[in-house]
Design a binder for this molecule. Sequence first.
Ligand SMILES: *Cc1c(COP(=O)(O)O)cnc(C)c1O
Length: 364
Amino acid sequence: MDTPENIYVTKSFLPPIEDYETYIRQIYDNGILTNQGPLLQELEKKLQKFLDIDNLQYVSNGTIALQLALKALEIDDGEIITTPFSYVATTSSILWERCTPVFVDIEPNNFTIDANKIEAAITSDTKAIMPVHVFGYACDVEKIEQIAKQHNLKVIYDAAHAFGSRYNGKSLVSYGDISTLSFHATKLFHTIEGGACIVNCGNETAKHLDLCKRFGHNCDEHYTLGINGKQSEFNAAMGLANFPHIDEIIHERKRVCDAYDAKLKAIVQRPKTQQGLDYNYAYYPVVFKDENQLLNVFAALNAEHIFPRRYFYPSLNTLPYLKNKMSCPVSEDICSRIACLPLYPTLSDSDITRICDIILSQLS
Ligand SMILES: *Cc1c(COP(=O)(O)O)cnc(C)c1O
């Protein structure tokens, strides 16, 4: 008998190869490989329209997008209030920019930063708040905006999971001074590698960020310290080939989530989505009773060649290279027993049933 194909937590969407080829041919014809070429500009325009925002700058990845956001807002020291429940890049980008992450615990309903605990963490050194719309769920954007105004802080949303999520009729990336996206191959919409900064705080910052991402100069005139955050035409080509499939990708992801819900919702703990959220179905996290139960479920699934992932583990406030240890009990508890199940458009109904049955067999 054939061994079954491995099922991973995600599987990158690939557009019809002919569509990709059409764009690659354009690159061969015009000879422009990078440096804000025509395909990149076309992709930026399409994404701006799709997300209903004014300034989207396509950059080389979602991590450099966070670092550029800090640079563009001229934050190069001080404290950044952030969440311990995210991918490591949220914290590492703060540290890499020589700022200090200050972790505020998450709220247990949807695992985003607990906005009611932010003010207690503000000091005279606080420069910004960097929350994450984790799994595509919306942070308490109103409360965070109000706190930021009152204390004169910048807000940078790591919106790497939020592509396509809308809140109160607006794209989630339209909140904050700057929101950042990742278009990594594992994300809902991808360009193999890639990311974006969405600048919502005006033209000056947008222009500054644009300079920062291409070495800080125009021709022979050098204006500011820069870095190379540019993205290639080949990556933009993948984005353009994937772009027409966004609605279908989200639709199929919803099918998978609905099928999981039908079998699991009454039995495992799931995040509560807030009113007004139009969800993008980016992830399907489940919270087990304890770490032991999670490990048993993983062992049973792995034996059947199914590989969910511990998103997120460990809680970022416990990273070994942090100088100050802070306690975030809610995040540490959730991290010990949360996992994301396989979720991608071509996951079949029979595989979903199989995954659910294996999980359920371990829960009694
Ligand atoms: C993927 C991800 C990033 C990093 O994006 P890259 O494009 O891989 O650099 C940052 N933050 C979060 C929450 C992510 O999931």
